[in-house]
Design a protein around this ligand. Structure first.
Ligand code: ARG
Length: 578
């Protein structure tokens, strides 16, 4: 189960009957910031001392008298103003790993109380090609789904695509005025893309065109048969393009219920909100006035049109009634934070008080010039082009690496192409997931494909390197696991690696605490570094004894599986050779 979880359990038992609300102190237990003093530290004596009006040292000592740690910790001591330093028993670590070795879940337990989580992510406005701005939501959302599922929650992923907005007004207007039917027949998406860009540009320069676009959109919303027919013609084309991208990214959704799905529900929703006194009329518009906000949330404009907020309210009601979630995550960029704060406040008025609503927001991807990432010509970068470029550059890395192998290249042409795809897409995803999600970050192909440092390429390389030991020795890792054996921790490097291996569970929990995949990438990077130190200092195949060799092979195997599983939770693949 992981040391931190076990320590929390022990301390919570010790705190019971000692203080009120013991749970509030447990997050003072954490991984040690100074490994020379211990593996974990408990900083709860200070806050407890305040509550109990005693000295922290005294509280720490009383606490240590009450907590049962002898089977878990080798040494426990109180330092400075009452920090408790805890060092785990080697025996405990070894036993923990012996379990993890034969456990398909690698020692990560399932949650005791599974929750139902809806995850709203990706959600591009279709009709224009997906661009670089869509990476973050897609990749972060997918990773959160994977982690939540792995620990045992029920996850519903829902792609709330924008399939009903002005972008369709543009296509419809453009279709009527500038369509090239032959080009459309040849390549519908390219032609739609051209029309979209053309009209978008015109509308920016010419208010009359912008007006016409709005009128076409309004006609679509009013059910005008011709506009609806055109919409029906265009939507599947746009979806096909999206699907191809998602397939390449390895991202899947349980549902794709876009804005259009909710259109028919909006009038009734507004009526209901009026009836319940949650919304009221103001200057011809229907508004929800929310405490703590300057402006009300408008849900129907004076001209009768509904808004983004109206659709999101209808979506929320639908999700609650359909899936009964405990939690809904909205993985959407930080510019929409006001919208979500309003939406969540409105949800409270609707009576959804127990529902956890989270805006998992994120920053902008910047170019090397520190401005939002764009092409040289100043256009947004199409996601497809970005993937192509990542894979093309990954291919260069793979070629160079394979050509430089001391015994000559190992990979066929087909292998190289397959590896480049996994490495290129992996690098792109990892570069995003390893960022603090709330910050902006600078996009750089060179950095993300570097073979050293905290990159996806380095992690994939670390995996392949571990696996090559088994290939070299002609060993089957599966049968090794079944044989089992004692884990022997004879050197500091073995111990450090072992400790890191027991922390996988902790890393996932940390990543899920406030939805930060970079907690998982940081963990994997630490693990790979601990492995490197181990590998440099501890001969594996040439270990001094058969028992030590077996133990070290098991450490290698568990490292490889943990990296593989960790990358899988990030949505990233591995290769056996690269
Ligand atoms: N389509 C929206 C956009 O591109 C994002 C939708 C996010 N999800 C939501 N429920 N509002 O800005």
């Amino acid at each position: 189960m992981g040391a931190l979880r076990e320590l929390k359990k022990r301390f919570s038992e010790a705190l019971r009957g000692f203080v009120d609300e013991p749970e509030t102190y447990l997050n003072q237990l954490r991984r040690s910031g100074a490994p020379q003093f211990g593996d974990y530290q408990a900083n709860l004596a200070m806050p407890l001392a305040k509550q109990l009006r005693k000295s922290p040292q005294e509280v720490a000592r009383t606490l240590l008298d009450r907590v049962k740690l002898d089977d878990l910790c080798q040494s426990v001591n109180v330092a400075g103003p009452g920090f408790i330093n805890l060092r785990l028993h080697d025996r405990w670590l070894a036993e923990e790993l012996a379990h993890a070795v034969v456990d398909p879940r690698l020692g990560v337990p399932q949650v005791a109380e599974p929750r139902t989580c809806v995850v709203d992510y990706s959600a591009p406005n279709i009709a224009k090609p997906m661009h670089v701005g869509h990476i973050r939501s897609t990749v972060i959302g997918d990773c959160l789904c994977r982690m939540l599922r792995f620990v045992g929650h029920r996850v519903i992923s829902d792609n709330h695509i924008g399939d009903w907005g002005t972008q369709f007004g543009m296509l419809i207007y453009g279709w009527r005025h500038f369509a090239d039917p032959i080009a459309y027949q040849r390549d519908p998406l390219a032609e739609l893309g051209r029309i979209y860009r053309h009209v978008n540009q015109l509308a920016e320069q010419d208010p009359q065109v912008a007006q016409k676009v709005l009128e076409e959109t309004a006609r679509l919303h009013a059910g005008d048969p011709e506009n609806v027919a055109l919409w029906r013609e265009f939507v599947p084309r746009c979806l096909a393009e999206l699907d191809a991208l998602y397939r390449r990214l390895g991202v899947q959704f349980d549902y794709t219920l876009g804005e259009s799905f909710y259109h028919d529900r909006l009038p009734d929703l507004v009526d209901e909100l009026l009836q319940r006194g949650i919304a009221r009329e103001s200057e011809g518009a229907i508004c929800i006035f929310l405490d703590g906000f300057e402006a009300p949330m408008i849900i129907r404009k004076k001209d009768g049109a509904f808004l983004y907020a109206t659709t999101d309210l209808a979506t929320l009601v639908y999700r609650v009634n359909t899936w009964h979630p405990d939690c809904i995550l909205y993985v959407v960029d930080h510019r929409q934070s006001l919208h979500f704060r309003q939406l969540f406040t409105a949800a409270n008025l609707l009576g959804y008080k127990a529902l956890q609503l989270e805006h998992v927001s994120f920053g902008t991807i910047l170019g090397e010039d520190g401005r939002p990432f764009r092409t040289r010509a100043g256009d947004t970068v199409a996601l497809e082009d970005l993937l192509e470029e990542a894979v093309r550059r990954a291919r260069e890395v793979v070629d160079a690496n394979d050509d430089a192998k001391p015994d000559g290249p190992e990979l066929s042409e087909v292998d190289r192409a397959r590896v480049a795809e996994v490495v290129g897409i992996g690098a792109l995803k990892y570069a995003d997931l390893s960022q603090n999600r709330t910050s902006d970050y600078v996009f750089s192909f060179d950095k993300m494909l570097a073979m050293t440092g905290n990159t996806g390429t380095y992690m994939q390389y670390a995996y392949a390197r571990v696996r090559s030991i088994f290939a070299k020795a002609g060993l089957n890792a599966d049968s090794l696991r079944q044989e089992g054996a004692a884990i022997l921790l004879t050197t500091p490097e073995e111990r450090a690696l072992a400790l890191e291996l027991t922390r996988f569970d902790e890393a996932i929990e940390l990543a899920l605490t406030d939805w930060r995949p970079n907690q998982l990438t940081a963990y994997l990077f630490d693990l790979a570094n601990k492995y490197s130190a181990f590998y440099e200092n501890c001969p594996v195949l040439k270990a001094e004894s058969p028992a030590l060799r077996q133990s070290r092979l098991l450490l290698c195997d568990l490292t490889a599986r943990t990296i593989q599983k960790g990358l899988e939770l990030l949505g990233i693949g591995v290769v056996e050779k690269m």
